[in-house]
Design a protein around this ligand. Structure first.
Ligand code: UD1
Ligand code: CA
Length: 463
């Protein structure tokens, strides 16, 4: 039986106290709603996945653009029942099962969705809802069950009687319906007399009243059903997602030292036998090879590391790559498409911006290389600075293979330093240096012999 998925993501999320719509807040490095669209792939093809948008619809649709899902705009949101009803026309042609997911419940796993689908498909019930038991159920709809074990109603927290508030079995907001039954009767939902919203949860009483039966699938891991309403719950979801990610990497052969201190986004890949030290952050689409080391407190965002590469402590790498055998840090910064080629060495307080740094080359201390290319086997002395910006435009610097740039050299771009040439320490280089030349761009030293002695005599000092 085919399944259609509708993900409700139109609500604003007032309890987040944010200017941004709730489903775009991030946990595990991804917008909440993206976790849900990813999980939905287990049960529905993208053509059969509809995301209901409303508040900041353009932003939500843009964030999900790569996921192949389609969108229905709810108009001003008037409750979950109203949101689902907005899909009626679009989904009417899709028979089979209709699964409703919430854009603010990001911890749901593909496994649980498959189980929910199979449970509903094997039953003759009108719908199955996912439920769990919470120690503190406040905020959630409570599940009312008859003696036969069928669900007869969901009562929202706001409208619960004191007795109903005692119920700790909660509605996750995630359901699987017989699609036709749902679409035939969804228009019967009336606005709630207290909140004036259309509650999708009223559907269960409606279907029960028509003689249909509703089942529940109770899951023991209540974490999975966490709905995010506040930033406290957002932090909780983030913890769960990152814990899952770390576990899966460790089980795949990655060593994480003090794993609870390491932050890893969902899409990060790490190879076998790589060691990650405490407080490292691996973000975005970072991809790390086998046998690498990531030092304490290093931050890698969109970084690519070949096998056997090392990023030492407190180094920042963003959108840059470090090839096999290369070492960077401690306290280095690589950014904007920089690349350190095989066995290169970048040391403390060296910054590379948009710079290709050749194989086996070294820049061990205190340098800035911007908009540059450095050939293989070059040596960049401490304090070397490329002056790549003249206040109007950026200019390139080319340093040839095997070049030796002496300490504290200032390379005024655009400028080319030839292969195997030498730059004397302290030079200001403004003109091209041919291959194998020595360039001296500094004032000559002058010496005044016995100057200090004369000075002492003048001032009548003994020492
Ligand atoms: C809902 C359920 C509640 C359940 C809880 C689980 C209803 C009436 N209540 O409550 O029983 O325990 O989820 O987390 O369904 N949305 C829209 N359009 C709207 C309103 C909401 O798309 O007009 C979307 C929101 O963006 C959100 C989701 O629906 O992603 C849930 O909405 P929310 O207001 O958070 O519902 P709850 O009050 O948490
Ligand atoms: Ca919610």
């Amino acid at each position: 039986m085919k399944t259609t998925v509708v993900i409700l993501a139109a609500g604003f999320g007032t309890r987040m106290r944010s200017k941004q719509v709730k489903v775009l807040h991030r946990a595990g490095g991804l917008p909440l709603v993206e976790h849900v669209t990813r999980a939905s792939k287990a049960v529905a093809e993208p053509e059969r996945t509809i995301v209901v948008t409303g508040h900041q619809a353009d932003d939500v649709e843009r964030a999900l653009a790569g996921n192949g899902v389609s969108f229905v705009r709810q108009g001003p949101p008037q409750g979950t029942g109203h949101a689902l009803a907005a899909c009626r026309e679009r989904a009417a042609g899709f028979d089979g099962l209709l699964m409703v997911l919430l854009g603010d419940a990001p911890l749901l796993t593909a496994q649980t969705l498959l189980q929910l689908r199979d449970t509903q498909a094997a039953s003759n019930r009108a719908a199955t809802l996912l439920t769990t038991t919470l120690p503190d159920p406040s905020g959630y709809g409570r599940v009312i069950v008859n003696p036969a074990g069928d669900v007869t109603a969901i009562v929202e927290h706001k409208v619960c009687t004191p007795q109903q508030r005692e119920i700790r079995v909660i509605n996750s907001g995630i359901y699987c319906f017989q699609a036709k039954l749902l679409w035939d009767h969804i228009a019967k939902i009336q606005p709630n007399p207290i909140s004036n919203e259309y509650y999708l949860t009223d559907m269960f009483e409606i279907l029960t009243g028509l003689g249909h039966r509703i089942g529940e699938m109770h899951i023991p891991d209540s974490n999975e059903l966490l709905g995010i309403n506040t930033r406290v719950e957002l932090a909780q979801a983030d913890r769960v997602l990152r814990d899952r990610k770390r576990r899966s990497l460790m089980l795949a052969g990655v060593t994480l030292e003090q794993p609870e201190t390491i932050t890893i986004d969902m899409d990060v890949e790490v190879g076998q036998d790589t060691v990650v030290e405490p407080f490292a952050r691996l973000l975005g689409t970072t991809k790390i090879g086998d046998d690498c080391r990531v030092g304490a407190g290093a931050i890698l965002d969109g970084a690519i590391l070949g096998n056997n590469a090392a990023v030492h402590a407190y180094t920042l790498v963003s959108n840059s790559s470090i090839a096999s055998g290369a070492e960077v840090g401690p306290f280095s910064r690589l950014r904007m498409n920089s690349a350190v080629e095989a066995d290169g060495r970048i040391g403390n307080f060296v910054e590379l911006k948009n710079t290709q740094f050749g194989a086996g080359s070294k820049s061990q201390h205190l340098a800035y290389l911007g908009d540059s290319t450095v050939g293989a086997g070059a040596n960049i002395g401490a304090g070397t600075i490329t002056c790549n910006y003249d206040g109007v435009a950026k200019h390139p610097t080319h340093i040839g293979a095997g070049a030796f740039v002496g300490s504290n050299s200032t390379l005024v771009a655009p400028v080319t330093i030839g292969d195997d040439s030498y730059i004397a320490a302290g030079s200001v280089i403004t003109e091209e240096v041919p291959p194998e030349a020595l360039a001296l761009g500094r004032a000559r030293q002058t010496l005044k012999h016995e100057w200090a002695k004369r000075r002492k005599q003048q001032h009548g000092k003994k020492h």
